[in-house]
Design a binder for this molecule. Sequence first.
Ligand code: HT7
Ligand code: ZN
Length: 844
Amino acid sequence: PETFYLKDYKPFGFEVESVELIFRLAPEATRVLSKIRFVPREGAADPRFFLHGEELELISAQIDGEPVAPRLIDGGLECDVPSEPFTWESEVQINPAANTALEGLYMSNGMYCTQCEAEGFRKITFYPDRPDVMSTFKVRIEGTEPVMLSNGNPGDSGAGFAEWHDPWPKPAYLFALVAGELVNHPDRFTTASGKDVELNIWVRPGDETKCAFGMEALKKSMTWDEEVYGREYDLDVFNIVAVDDFNMGAMENKGLNIFNSSCVLASPETSTDMNFERIEAIIAHEYFHNWTGNRITCRDWFQLCLKEGLTVYRDAQFTADMRSEPVKRISDVIDLRARQFPEDGGPLAHPPRPEEFQEINNFYTATVYEKGAEVIGMLKRLVGDEAYYKALDLYFDRHDGQACTIEDWLEVFEDTTGRDMAQFKRWYSDAGTPRLKVAEEYDGETFTLTFQQSTAPTPGQDIKEPRVIPIAVGLLNDAGEEVVPTTVLEMTEAEQSFTFEGLSERPVPSILREFSAPVVLERETSAAERTFLLAHDTDPFNRWEAGRALAREARLAMITEGAAPDAAYLEALTSLVRDDALDPAFRALVLSPPSQSEIAQALHEAGTTPDPAAIHDAAETFSQTLAQAMADSLPRLYAATTVDGPYVPDAEGAGKRALNSAILGLLSRIDGGEAAAKQYEAADNMTLQLSALACLLRIEKGADQSAAFFEQWKDDRLVMDKWFGLQVSMARPEAAADVARSLCDHALFDMKNPNRFRAVMGALAGHHAGFHHASGAGYALLAEKLIALDALNPQTTARMCAAFQTWKRYDDDRQGKVRVELERILATEGLSRDTNEMVSRILN
Ligand code: HT7
Ligand code: ZN
């Protein structure tokens, strides 16, 4: 397969002045007519007229009204064209009903729907399908569907047709079309400058009762972007459509966002608190793309983090403002360590701005998104809030309507702050997570922190130069008071010391507050000091972090030394959980244990080969011991944290329910599931129903409730995804693969629906002891199902291959078994480019 390189970038030789499209819809034979005005660029580096096109049947082509015979070549067509501006017209036929890859125009439940990012538009018509080619679009849809939507503002419509006009120049990846039997949940929004905008969430009939929360989230996002970034909406209409079959979460098409139904539909009866929070965040994320992604887009796909990192950063700010800042930060760091750190430390490591790819769909990664967002956070910490917003204003002013690069982005910071961003740019070009070692010294007056940074080699990058690292530090006295408030130290050297003068007693440092940089902090500290920070740190993130380190160390001691669960830690945890003055959501986070995969990573880093069974047993023993240690107070704590009154999906209620559910998890280990069974019976919302069912399944007492749950919800696809997933994640390790296999044979299992596939296979991959069971059954089943899925949906298959990325952490026997499966996938005839690239990288 061809490899594409950042260094090879050349602008397209033509400008596209306007695009007009006509769609004649038919499930198996849709006709697409295009009329595109091209203007040759003077002095173009590449004057070749090449249009991308895949899986298209060319019916006819004309230039300025005269028939032409283009040369059909791999991936598109070439044609001889005039040296003056000209109009290209073509007619192609496509088959949406046969499109199971869910890229281009496809059918989902009888509804027409598109997904064009990154390179799906070339499956709709011949076009320069690259993000730096921007144009206005006029679209006419002809069909019998009651609702027919496209980007921009509505034009004429009548029996059998609807027209749309998008006045904002956009790249083809933001094109969208939806047609089908849909109903809307309407609303309106008036922008800060008085523009009246029609808002709609379009869903299948029956789902209209699940749109109110999403609509509120949309209006809150619109207000927030005006207030915080000064960004207003720019069309008369903003449409959102919910689709059941979708490869990812949602897509920011201009004026017509398309959502995986799991990321927009919500009701108390069918959605958990976590679903509500995620929906609010994703609606915000897609909406925020209107400015960071659509009005200003990427020059090429290597620059993907320009729009994704910034937009993730913006949606995190939004969630922090709507909910709790520390809780959001802690949750994001848990997620970063679980998804991005393993990527950065394994065979799939790549910089936030990669320099080569075979299939761009494989680079919608935690590194591009979440590390990309961390990089923005560091930038803001280094320049300060005021300079950050000044730079953003300049970015919007200077680059509105353009397709930009990371260089353009950093230049606005250079121009507004006068800083040289050359060293900072390494965060975009270098892969790998820096490790930051810290040593402390106190001479009776001066406290010195000495840091050393180092980054291990990553694929294709052996040498790593030092990066700029903002290290937020605060100093505490032994009464827990701040003697030095949070200060951002700017580390630029491989080794660097920072001093704090005038301290009459040795302070306790709180380092990397708010997780001010995406690094691994290595600090030799006593358990006593960690316990002190868990009780007293004035930075909530580091308070949680101290608890997390204690939890990790307790687990490691259990696994490597056969130690009992650490008594001092158990005591500290117990008193924190009982502390009513603390935010329940924070207490729930402190109580939730490190994942088994995180423990495996910690063992690996400490030079011990992780044994998944031993890690699983230690986790069980720890929770059982904690439950017994707290036995007397658990029923009271459970009662005290129960939320009374009608369900409201707000942050406060969600925090209380999270704590209540963590306590129920412990309680069910000692009461035989009595409280959980009662909660299940009484539950009037999905959060309580599902948490009770999970507790019961974990102690193998939930068979009746599971059957009842199935009967109650078998007609609701999204709830059934939860049921499918839970069966696997709550299975005993030795049974997990068998449970997953039999679920794949279930009448309601559907290979073509990515949500259902991920519910089962994603749960298996996330079941650490089950997936890595010594039998190899987990590896074999995942490989078998990925091979089957690849023939239908390469994008989702390739993404799920990442489950194998940590394989070299484990023992030779397991490595051997994984290798066999990876080689089996690679040897599959007709394997997609997507999966081929992923498996080859993982194997190397
Ligand atoms: N920009 C979008 C990324 C995307 C995508 C979404 C749905 C299906 C396939 C996709 N390929 C790429 C989503 C986002 O980041 O907002
Ligand atoms: Zn995005």
